[in-house]
Design a protein around this ligand. Structure first.
Ligand code: SAM
Length: 289
């Protein structure tokens, strides 16, 4: 059904995407951000935060699979996972697909995002909210990592908004210093790091910060259709070397052991390996050495 109602993404002042709207489902000004969820003609249900696309039903699998399976399988035996942000539940659901995960703590600052995603996009989080291994906390991720016990997690996944507004603290030296303290000896942290074709500062500046707290810093990519501007980067920082270069056969064996092989629509062992091979226009924003 063609309507004359459109929503324009407001991420960039001079360029952007728009969605033809079938119907608006929710529009809430929470204590932290403007939350909008609508039914689109082209991408199923879509959530915007402060006018920026966060997830769409149609392509959320790309981003959530890559943000989750890559760090957990690169680590090899992540049993305790901390998720910051990710209020839609998609990362939590995928973390809990891994049979060797014992505990997944998710810290999301805005309870309204959780409530509205459960109501209007329930299949994103699915049954993860009720998994006995899951703990969902409504709070600021920076506060959680400040208080966290040393070596209490094996992997940290930061699925936040961009480093403006409430998300800004999650890209700071203080956050990364505390994340390093919270992680066990073989631990690693990944975070959404924007689309470098349009947001190269986000990748460059946060990679330099991560490099002050982790010895091994890099990034990998995913082609998320609604994160406009080409390849999306995910920051990668680890305490041990070579976690970004685990051979495909080993990744496949780990995925089979974790029970996720064949249960994904974007991630595969080959995509995992290839995602770390960065085109020069992206690699140039990473710390040398
Ligand atoms: N996949 C999306 C992307 O890449 O843009 C992000 C999805 S998720 C909805 C982003 C979440 O981060 C939001 O729900 C937001 O409330 C949360 N967030 C932002 N700052 C935060 C903070 N300081 N602590 C915890 N959660 C935060």
């Amino acid at each position: 059904m063609a309507t004359d109602s459109w929503v324009n993404e407001t991420l960039y002042p001079s360029w952007g995407q728009r969605f033809r709207v079938v119907r608006e489902l929710a529009r809430v000004q929470s204590a932290f951000q403007d939350i909008m969820i609508f039914e689109s003609e082209s991408h199923g249900r879509v959530m915007l935060l402060d006018g920026v696309v966060q997830i769409t039903e149609r392509d959320e699998f790309v981003y959530q699979e890559m943000l989750t399976h890559v760090p957990l399988l690169a680590h090899g035996d992540a049993r305790r996972v901390l998720i910051i942000g990710a209020g839609d539940g998609g990362v939590l659901r995928r973390v809990l697909m891994h049979s060797n995960v014992d505990r997944a703590v998710m810290v999301e600052i805005d309870g309204e995002v959780i409530r509205l995603c459960k109501e209007h996009m329930p299949q994103i989080g699915g049954s993860a909210w009720h998994d006995r291994r899951a703990e969902v906390i409504v709070g600021d991720g920076i506060d959680y990592v400040r208080r966290g016990a040393p070596a209490s997690f094996d992997a940290i996944i930061v699925d936040s908004t961009d480093p403006i507004g409430v998300g800004e603290v999650l890209f700071t030296d203080e956050f990364y210093a505390n994340a390093a303290r919270l992680l066990s000896a073989g631990g690693l942290i990944v975070n959404q790091c924007g689309v470098p074709f349009m947001q190269s500062d986000e990748l460059r500046e946060t990679s330099l910060r991560r490099a002050r707290h982790f010895p091994h810093v890099g990034a990998y990519v995913a082609a998320v259709p609604t994160y406009v501007g080409g390849l999306m980067t995910l920051g990668f920082a680890a305490k041990q070397p070579h976690l970004d270069a685990v051979p495909r056969a080993e990744i496949e064996a780990r995925a089979r052991a974790a029970g996720i092989l064949g249960k994904t629509r974007y991630w595969t062992p080959a995509i995992h390996e290839a995602a770390f091979w960065l085109p020069p226009y992206i690699a140039e924003h990473l710390p040398r050495g």
